[in-house]
Write a new protein. Sequence first.
Lengths: 196, 480
Amino acid sequence: MSIKKFVVGGFTDEQVLFSAVKKVRSSGYKIHDVYTPMPIHGLDKVMGLRETSLHTAGFIYGITGTTTALSGIGWIFTSDWPLNFGGKPHFSLPAWIPITFELTVLFSAVGMVMTFCYLCQLAPFVKKHHFHPRSTDDLFVMVLECTAKNNETEMSSFLGSLGAIEISVQEAEADWWFGRYDKDSKPFEKKSASLA
Amino acid sequence: MALLKYESQVRPPLVDGDKDYHQVTEDIIRPIEMSPSKLWWTGFLIAVGLLCFGIYSVYRDVTYGIGQWNLNKTVGWGWDITNFVWWVGIGHAGTLISAILLLFRQGWRTGVNRAAEAMTIFAVMCAGQFPIWHMGRVWMAFFVMPYPNSRGPLWSNFNSPLLWDVFAISTHFTVSLLFWYAGLLPDLASVRDRAKLKWRKLFYGLTSFGWTGSTKHWQRHEALSLVLAGLATPLVLSVHTIVSFDFATSVIPGWHTTIFPPYFVAGAIFSGFAMVQSLLLITRKVLKLEDYITIEHIDVMNKVIVLTGSIVGVAYLTELFIAWYGQNKFEGWAFMQNRVNLFSPLGWSYYIMMGCNVLSPQIFWFRKMRRNITVTFFMSVIVNIGMWFERFVIIVTSIYRDYLPSSWSTYYSPTPWEIGFYLGTFGLFFTCYFLFSKFFPVIALAEIKHILKRSGENYKEKMDHAEHESVDEFAHEMAH
C-alpha cells in the first residue's frame, strides 16, 4: 500500500506495443504493468513475466477431489455403514468412478477459479486504480514506474518516441483497496491529505 | 517477434464490416446501454407469465403431491423425466462450444460462445427442477447429500446412477457457471469503464470484481480458460453419459443397452445446437449483431446439426438392428410393437422422432439451406421437437407395456399441471435469457477483439496481397 508516481502511455497497435516493450526493457526503465483490452499472446514473455503455475494448482486440487471421493465412499461403504446391495462386494470401485470423476473436476475447477481470484485480487468491492478508461476498450496502456533515478519528462518523451499517445504522469495507489465504482473514494489519498 | 496475424483467404471472415477495437466495444455494449425495446418487454413479460404458471403448477405439486400428474403403474416416469433429459441435453451445446471448440482452436466459437454458455446454465437450471419436484416430498431433497446425519448415519447410495446424476449435474452447473463468469469478468469491466449512470458503475463495478486487464491477469486468465476447457470437455461427455446410465443400468427392455452413452451425447449436442440456433437467430436480429454472428456461424452450426443428427440416426437404426439380432423377446417387443408399430397406442411418437431428428436435418447437406435463416430457424424448432419426442419414446414406450400384460398401463397423457410445469421451465429459461441479453454482453468482447485482426473482414481484405507473396517476403514484412 503505497502511492507511487507512474508515467502512462497508450498504444493503439499491438505491433507498436511489442517493440516498445522491448525497447523500454532494454533501456532499463521499470514496467509497472501493461493493461490491454484483450489477451495478447506473447506479451507476457516479452515483458519477462514468468509462466503461471495455475495449472499445477489445478492438478493438486483435482487429485484432492479424487482422493476425497475414493476415501470418502470407500470408508462409508466398507466400514461406516456397509450396505448389502444384492450380495455385491462392498468395495465396488467401478460403480464409484462416476462420482470420483465428477468430484475431481469439481474440486479442480472451483479451486482454480478461487486461486485465480486470489492471485489477481478479484472480488466484489475490490477496487484498483485505473490508469486509462480506454484500457478495457481499445487502448494498450503501458505504465512505467518512476524511481528516484528516473526523470518523468525524459520517460514521457521516450514513450512518445516509441509511438505512445495520451502520455500522462499519474500519482496513484499501486495496490487494491475496498471501494465502490460509483464513488470516488481513495482511502489512502485521504489519509495522506489529513496528515499534511 | 512479429505478430503473425495472417489467416488464409479461403477462410471466410468471422467479423463482417469495417471494424476496429472501439467499434466492436460500441456494437456489443450498445444494447446494454439502451433502454429495452417494446419487443424485449413483450418477450420478457410472456416469459414471466409462463414462469408464474409454472410456479403455480409446482405449488400444486407440493400441496397435492405428484398424484396430480398422470403418472401411473407402470409409467412412473413420464413428462417430468422426459423434460429433464431434454433440458440437460440442451445444456450441452454451450459447454461444447466453449470448451471443446476452444481446445480445437475453432475461431468461430468466439461469436457464439457467451450466449451458448448462458443458455447452458439456464437449461441446466430448468433441468434440475424436474428431479427435484419429482421427489414429491421436496423438503427432504437434501437427503441426497452425503453428510454425517442422525439417520444411522444412513448414507446415500453411491452405487446408484441417480446419485451419480446428482453429482454430475451439480458439477456441470458449477463448472459451466465458473467458466462463463470467468470469461465475463473482462467484458463486464469494459461496460463498467464506459458507464455514465451511477447504478451501472455500481453494478458493473461489483460484478467485474475490479478487473483491470493487467498482462499478468490475462496470462492467468488464459491458463484458467484452457484448463477449465480441458476439464469441461470430459465433464460434458460424462454428464449425458451418466444421464443415460439412469436408463442403461436398469433391466427395462429398450433401456438396457450399451449404446446409450454415445447416443445420448450425440443427441444432446444435436438438440443443444438447435437451441443455440433458435436463440441466436433472434438475438442477432433484435440486438443488431449480424456482423458478429454471421451467416458463416449459422452455416457451421448447421453442419454440426446434420452431423450429430446423422449420428443419432445411426444409433436409432443400430438399436433396431440389435433388438432383432439379439433375439431377446422383451427387447424385440419394446421396439417392434411399442415403437415401430405405427398402430400401437404410442407408435406415432416414434415416427415424429424419426422424421424430425433423422430425416429433416438431412436438408442441411445443401449449402443453400444451411445459409437460409428462415429454414435454419424452422429446422432448429423441428429438431428440438424431435429430440423431446426421442426422450418421450425412450422413456414412455419402454415402460407402458412391459413384461406383464395384466399390468399394461392405460394410455398415458399428461395433465395440465404436468404441461404447466414444463411451460414454467420455459418461462424460467426465457426470463433468465432476456435478463442476460439486457444486462450482460451477449458476445465475448475480448475474444472477438482477439481474433479481429486475423479474421475481421476489413483486415482480411488488407491481407489479400499476402496471398500472392512468398512466405519469406511476408515474414520479412511482418517482422519490420
